[in-house]
Design a protein around this ligand. Structure first.
Ligand code: DGL
Length: 251
């Protein structure tokens, strides 16, 4: 593996842009290949086997492109497939996002919290292990079926109506929100509108720091003094998605 090789990063769609944005803040000289699997999204209600197969396909592509590390920028894919992928592809490091529930334990232990994530993440064994270790007994687990898809399609009116219906009854009653799907930071303002003043937690900045540590440890940091390159691949070759992705990267 070589320092100049790219970092592969993927999600079921463009939501993983929220992870890449955090990574770019501290690793601005790396080359990235972002894979958006919009042909197969949403991942949230697929079986473990289906997600394993979809992830394998993406990982093979990154390996062909000689990526030096792979970021799973999808909580659902991380929850269901990270272990499987690590066991199958032992020569490449995987860095996987997870809902920032431990962060709530560290910074706001005693406060009422909502964890928003896909049904797949909330029901996964991996998330349940995390939840039971850090449970503060004041946590609501909220599977947000369909929300990632609405965000993917950019349907603002539908998103607002959905969030109102799901969250209005918690207004004034919760202090923290865990954004347990990488699409959700894109609608943080809309969530805040319904819930009022809350603190948001998501795993992206922690993942970025962890990635930097791993690259340092393996002597794989790219020290070239040049700006990052970002290659965007979408499995359904949707040009609109590409355009939106590059707009969101700059926000
Ligand atoms: N961004 C994905 C996640 O973090 C969305 C999953 C989906 O496609 O349902 O879980």
């Amino acid at each position: 593996m070589n320092k100049n090789e790219a970092i592969g990063i993927f999600d079921s769609g463009i939501g993983g842009v929220t992870v890449l944005r955090e990574i770019l803040k501290i690793l601005p000289n790396e080359n990235y290949i972002y894979y958006s699997d919009s042909k197969n999204n949403p991942y949230g209600d697929k079986s473990d086997k289906q997600i394993n197969e979809l992830c394998e396909h993406i990982v093979e592509l990154f390996i062909k492109q000689k990526c030096k590390v792979i970021i799973i920028a999808c909580n659902t894919a991380s929850a269901k497939s990270a272990q499987y992928l690590r066991e199958k592809y032992t020569n490449i490091p995987f860095i996987a996002i997870e809902p920032a529930y431990k962060m709530v334990y560290d910074y706001a232990y005693n406060e009422p919290t909502i964890v928003m994530a896909t049904k797949g993440t909330i029901e996964s064994e991996k998330f349940n292990l995390l939840y039971h270790v850090y449970d503060n007994h004041k946590t609501i687990l909220l599977p947000c079926v369909g929300l990632a898809d609405m965000i993917e399609e950019g349907k603002t009116d539908k998103i607002k109506a959905y969030l109102k219906e799901q969250l209005e009854s918690y207004r004034g009653k919760v202090k923290n929100v865990v954004l347990g799907c990488t699409h959700y930071p894109l609608v943080q303002d809309e969530i805040q509108e319904v819930l009022g003043q809350v603190t948001f937690f998501d795993g992206s900045s922690y993942l970025a720091k962890h990635l930097k540590e791993i690259l340092e440890e393996k002597d794989l940091l790219n020290y070239e003094d040049k700006e990052s390159t970002i290659q965007f691949i979408d499995s359904s070759n949707n040009q609109q998605k590409k355009k939106r992705f590059f707009e969101l990267i700059k926000e």
